[in-house]
Design a protein around this ligand. Sequence first.
Ligand SMILES: [Zn+2]
Ligand SMILES: [Zn+2]
Length: 355
Amino acid sequence: MGSIGSFNLPGSMRALEYTEARKFSIVEKPLPKIREHDVLIKVKACGVCGTDLHIHDGEFGAQFPLVPGHETVGVIAAYGSHVTGFSIGDRVVADNSEVCGHCHYCRRGKELFCENFVAHGVMVDGGFAEYAVYPAHRVFKFQNLSDVDATLLEPAACAAHGLDKIAPQMGSKVLLFGAGPTGLMLAQLLRQNGGCHTVIAAPGGLKMDLARSLDAADEYVELPREADAAGVRMEQLRGEHPYGFDIVVEATGSARVLEDAIHFVSKSGKLVVYGVYGDGDRVSLSPNMIFKEEFQVLGSFSQMHKFPAAIDYLADRKRIKVDGIVNKTFKLNEWEACLDAMRNKSVVKAAIVFD
Ligand SMILES: [Zn+2]
Ligand SMILES: [Zn+2]
């Protein structure tokens, strides 16, 4: 299907392409073809997250060859003949998930578990390219947010989904381990939706400083990086909150921290598993404790239909503050440096930007 609206499109584009795990290069390739219900986005910025490190290593269901990038922001460059409601130049963010609508889970309203789930930037090409294609119904217009900050709309949508899963009760005490981008957004959401005392526990440094500048919590607990000292500080924290926390969120992706987090959950509280863990990771917990203390273990993975909420909170109402979360940008040809910065944690969050 040809496009009915477009501005002058080049014949080819630059993209970051993996042919297999850890093998990538910048390639010149044809623009992606748009079907009648698709839009073509000229990418302005695409966020980089921890998942991209897993994809680099061929994990997380990555299918090669692949152009990664699942936090795509840009402007409409062309659209298919059946698309309505978009104009050339509209500023948009893309939801990277596509579901089939007819499988066992989709028919029950559980599209997150779609058996034919397609994730852009993981299984099909995503936003680390000058142009990217998405179905129009997965693309959302926004204003009042920079392109770089708009790359946080995807993780914010995941945080909004997390809030739905947690369904906090008014007056909840909240403890969140980790001060990464999604953790900082979830902390703000929890604090504004039922959380009456929110504590962020994480090692001191860039992310904790940022948590303070965003006013993400009521209390900040700096955990020493050295294990024994961290254990002492955790013990102290337990003493300060003898009845524990109604909601404990593990947002670091460490199985060891998850095992510690269990001991902070109040009776009848909720433990939220909110990181990306290694497939081989295991934690031990006492079934009797779950039984007698009636605590719940909740998972929150990805999101479904939460982009409109994310746009309301970040862009339109500025209810979630994100200034400074993306603290470094890279060009496409600086991918190696970007990976290094991610690995050595010298960035809070990075984004790839385009002219
Ligand atoms: Zn991500
Ligand atoms: Zn499905």
